[in-house]
Design a protein around this ligand. Structure first.
Ligand SMILES: [Zn+2]
Ligand SMILES: [Zn+2]
Length: 361
């Protein structure tokens, strides 16, 4: 099968160094085995992308390919045919070197900051309608004094002693087939070849410092206790050059239901009414869960205690569908403990009326 690195990275023949890097990063992130666990096709794609980058990022290999349409990889450990020796390990190493990670093959691939969790209490209108919330989050960000390098900017850098400024360390391994040389990024300088002369005083050399940030969060309608929103890349920065920040998780700790009771998407409101209102019916105000002008409920005549009257679409928002649940008005008939003299007289008169007698009496 003919291997065309330009096709693999979707590049034209005259692509520049930056285009190649950009295309590679995009494709490698997409097909990285950590993102596609157990996906054999993605694994093959990841290797192909690594091979393509290996060829196009090396001017010698690239001109060989451009002239002959193939690259005889003579430097492969076993000196075989085209691309022999370019396996998963090489693809992973290309990935790590390209993203500036200080990891080694077999170790953690991605330098990613920790997630940050902020828990909030929602107001009832927020739970019903959603909204926008300004959060304060304290998170690690690249230090402004040293631009995240961890080095005192005035003192400058010096050559790394470990790798003598090359950024890579070579190790030799003797086997039955001969001595193999392997190259990995230097652990001390993380591949840059330079180490700070003096650590930055702003971050004590960590490269990150704690910052309090105001972050706007969009709240969809229908959130309730235990829901969690994830804001990608808004968490802590790991402090490595080339590392990516973790996520910010916004946890809904509780909702202030303001006297309403929640039943799924519905809200229940208890409405005490008088005995005459129960008998004759009434139009009464009930509070709006959204905090607006009071709503009105029509209590029908002859209502029983405990009856529920539904105000359609006036309940909680729904996370998975459009619309809102209902506001259920639960009628409770108020019975006075100690009627006054006038009330008692009226009640005695009512008690003698046929219309108030229970059926069958
Ligand atoms: Zn600093
Ligand atoms: Zn070094």
């Amino acid at each position: 099968m003919h291997f065309n690195p330009y096709e693999v990275l979707n590049l034209s023949r005259d692509a520049g160094e930056d285009d190649i890097k950009k295309a590679y990063r995009q494709q490698a992130m997409k097909f990285h085995p950590d993102r596609n666990p157990g996906d054999h096709q993605a694994e093959e794609k990841f290797k192909e992308v690594g091979r393509a980058y290996d060829i196009l990022s090396d001017p010698g290999k690239r001109s060989l390919y451009d002239r002959y349409g193939t690259v005889d990889d003579r430097e492969g450990p076993l000196g075989g045919g085209p691309f022999s020796g370019f396996g998963m390990e090489d693809a992973l190493r290309a990935f790590m070197e390209n993203f500036g990670f200080g990891g080694f093959s077999g170790g953690d691939m991605e330098s990613r900051g920790e997630d940050l969790t902020v828990s909030i209490e929602l107001t009832l209108p927020e739970a019903v309608l959603g909204g926008e919330r300004l959060l304060k989050a304290e998170r690690f960000e690249p230090c402004e004094t040293c631009d995240g390098s961890g080095a005192d900017p005035k003192a400058g850098t010096q050559t790394c002693l470990q790798c003598r400024g090359r950024g890579r360390v070579e190790t030799y391994r003797r086997t039955l087939l001969g001595t193999f040389r392997s190259v990995s990024p230097c652990r001390i300088c993380r591949g840059s070849g330079k180490v700070p002369r003096k650590p930055c005083s702003g971050c004590r050399g960590n490269g990150v410092a704690k910052k309090t940030r105001s972050i706007t969060v969009q709240l969809p309608p229908g959130l309730s206790e235990g829901h969690c929103l994830t804001l990608r890349g808004q968490g802590h920065h790991p402090g490595d050059a080339g590392g990516v920040p973790g996520n910010l998780r916004v946890l809904i700790r509780s909702v202030d239901y303001q006297g309403f009771t929640r039943e799924g998407d519905d809200l229940v409101h208890r409405l005490p009414i008088s005995y005459p209102e129960a008998v004759a019916g009434a139009v009464l105000p009930v509070p709006d869960p959204c905090g607006g002008e009071p709503l009105t409920v029509k209590v029908p005549e002859g209502v029983a205690g405990g009856a529920r009257i539904a105000l359609r679409g006036k309940g909680l928002g729904r996370l998975d569908r459009r619309g809102r649940g209902d506001l259920l008005v639960r009628v409770e008939i108020f019975v006075p403990r100690k009627p006054g003299r006038r009330e008692r007289k009226l009640l005695e008169e009512m008690a003698s009326m046929d219309g108030f007698a229970p059926p069958g009496r």
